[in-house]
Every structure is written in C-alpha cells, then in structure tokens.
Design a binder for this molecule. Structure first.
Ligand code: FEO
Length: 386
C-alpha cells in the first residue's frame, strides 16, 4: 500500500472500498473511497482518517512515507465514522498527535463516539501553523452533519473539503482529469442528490464563505480530487444548491397487472411529444438513489401507483418517504394510477407529493381497470395542454 503524492510534501493516504454497494440505502454501484491526506511540514499533519475496517490500509499508506508516530496533528473534519472510524486506532499509533475538530459539535460528537482522546476544538477562521504552511478552518454545518468543517491551505491553494464536492466512486485514478468527466459529474450529482439535497441553503452559505478563497485543488473526502474541473464542480454546486431545474420530466411508477405502467408510458410519451425529455423508472427495477439523481434537476415529476389493500404500493410509499426527507424544491408534480375498486392510492400519492414540497401541476389521473385507447388519448391531450 503506497501513498499517492498530490503535491510536493502532500500525499493521499486514504482507502479504496471497491466492494461497497450500499451507503445506508444509497446504492453505491461504483464503490467509494475514504480519503485522508498527509502533509509533511514542521508539524506533520493527517487530515481525516478512514472507515474503521480500512484502518490498516491507512496506516500502511502513511508508513510508506513516514513513521506514523511522528504525526503531530490530526484534523478530524467530520464525526461520521466513514471519516473518523479509524481515529482511536490512529491516536494509538500517533501518541503525540493533537486531534483538531470543530467546536462545539465535532468535539461533542467525537467524545460521544470515542471517549477521551487528545482533542482540541477549533472555531471558524482559526489558523493552525504547520511550518511553511498554514491551515484555516471553516465550519460548514450540515454538509453533511452539524459538526462538518472544511480546511483551506492558502500556501498550496488546496481545500480539504470532506463530504462537500465528494462522490461515492472507487477508482485507482486519484484526479478528476484522469477519469471520465461525465461519469465523475454524474457521481457528484448522485452524491449531492442523496446526501446534500436537503441542505441547499447551507450549501449556498458554504459556497459564499468559500468564494474569497483561491482554490487550485479540492481534496475531497470521497472519490476523486478536483484539480482541472474546479469551475465545473463549483458551478454544479451553485446550480444544485439553488434547486435549479431543467425542462425535463421523471416518471416513476409501480404496477400490478400493467395498467399503471401503460399510463406511465403514455405520460412519458406525452412529455416527449411536448418537447420535454422524460426519464422512465419502474420502481421495482431501479434504485431510489438513481431516481433521485434525476429528480434533483427535473422540473416535472409524475408518480403512479395502483391501489393495494386501500393503500399505495409500499414501493411507491418508500420512494415518497425518501423524497419528503430530501425536501426537493421547484418541482411540478402529479399523481396517477389504475385501480380495481376503491382507488385510494392516487390521492395518497398526490398528498405525499404536496407534503414533499412539490406543486401539483395536473389533476390526478385515476383510471379504473385497464386503460382504453380513448383513456390514453385523453391523458396525452391533457399533458400536451398542461
Ligand atoms: Fe462521508 Fe457524512 O460522511
């Protein structure tokens, strides 16, 4: 296990989790990385650790450059265990290291999780002198926990951003320009949609706070390091955090005997006839996290469910619960579905869409049993007239 030099005297010493397929429900089809960085200066500094099962990988990469016991400082940007899990282990191997964490939330969180270690709380704007370099701390609460902070090194123009600007993407190519740009932008969008969508206002605050910094490299906590496409990823965060949507539609549905699916196909086709590209998701065949990646920037959302035992399908209920939690903004939505009798699900879907913050842009579409050709023509016409 070798460290990867990212600048003279600065190394990536993190871990690659090739096999992770779920990050508490977020489908991580491409795995992830837990990024940690080692700065060699008068004071040797480790920025973040890794998930606990990867602690030996972290130690091995550090040991390929220096004796870990010579580490003076550890910066813990975020209490969540994918970054702090190896902290007690590293504290054992770095007996003289002081652990810097945000005040008061980081301090409280680390104490709660790991007990007493050699912590020192830091506040916004506080500067830590390493020798030739300095580190400046900036709390970014809720990106993605209350304790989160980023660290800027002005002499190197590097922002150590932890979760912000990150992505779940396992790769042996550390930098953005060594990877396929559409893939890394897609994974960044997926990460934002599923982890940060709820915190647009806080992301806006963070972007404003970062604006004065001259940034040549964003050393993230997950996935690739940005060095060539910094303007692009900052632009994406500006767009995502202001809930900017495009003329696009997402159609999500479940179906029992194909009738709600017929309606879904008809709705997607009608949007396309209207000149609005539509993405089509059978909930049984797609991951919530992939659907949400598309929902983030789509103006229209149509959600369909048949009725089962007087309820919407549990799959659609799970989708709507997830949507409500992420609190999307600026979406125009409507409900649809076929039913045998009762047909309560369609109103339930519409209510849930309103509760998620969507504006209802079309009357709910309820059809009993199998849609006829006339029914489908009527749906098409009403979408075209919308
Ligand atoms: Fe990557 Fe919020 O932890």
């Amino acid at each position: 296990m070798q460290a990867v030099k990212i600048r003279e005297g600065i190394y990536w010493v993190g871990a690659i989790d090739w096999n992770m397929r779920s990050f508490h429900g977020y489908a991580t089809g491409r795995g992830s990385t837990y990024n940690a960085y080692l700065i060699l200066d008068d004071k040797i500094t480790l920025i973040d650790t890794v998930k606990e099962p990867f602690k030996e990988e972290l130690l091995a990469r550090i040991s390929s450059v220096i004796d870990p016991s010579s580490i003076d400082y550890i910066v813990s940007s975020h209490v969540e265990p994918d970054h702090s899990g190896a902290l007690p282990f590293m504290a054992e191997h770095c007996p003289k290291a002081t652990i810097f964490t945000s005040m008061p939330q980081g301090l409280k969180g680390l104490m709660n999780r790991y007990g007493v270690l050699k912590y020192q709380g830091v506040k916004a704007g506080e500067i830590l002198r390493l020798g030739k370099r300095t580190l400046q701390f900036l709390p970014v609460p809720m990106l993605h926990w209350p304790d989160s902070m980023v660290t800027y090194c002005p002499e190197e123009k590097i922002l150590f951003s932890n979760d912000a600007f990150g992505e779940h993407y396992a790769t042996s190519r550390r930098f953005d320009d060594e990877n396929d740009l559409p893939t890394i932008l897609f994974e960044a969008q997926k990460y934002y949609a599923n982890i940060l969508m709820l915190y647009g206002m806080q992301a806006q605050k963070a972007l404003k706070a970062l604006a004065p910094f001259d940034i040549e490299m964003i050393a993230t906590g997950h996935g690739i390091i940005w060095r060539k496409y910094i303007k692009e990823i900052l632009g994406c965060y500006q767009k995502w955090s202001t809930h900017t949507v495009e003329e696009r539609a997402v159609v999500v549905y479940d179906s029992m005997w194909g009738s709600t699916e017929k309606m879904a196909r008809c709705i997607a086709e009608a949007f396309q006839q209207k000149g609005i590209p539509a993405e089509f998701y059978d909930i049984k065949k797609n991951e919530l996290s992939d659907i949400m990646t598309d929902v983030l920037t789509a103006k229209y959302l149509a959600v369909g469910s048949p009725t089962i035992n007087n309820q919407m399908m549990p799959t659609i209920a799970a989708f709507l619960c997830y949507l409500q939690g992420l609190a999307p903004k600026n979406h125009q939505a409507f409900a649809f579905g076929s039913f045998g009798w009762g047909g309560q699900s369609i109103q339930q879907v519409e209510t849930a869409l309103k509760q998620a913050g969507c504006t209802i842009c079309h009357d709910k579409v309820r059809l009993q049993n199998k849609p006829s050709d006339e029914d489908l023509q009527e749906i098409t016409q009403s979408i075209l007239n919308m």
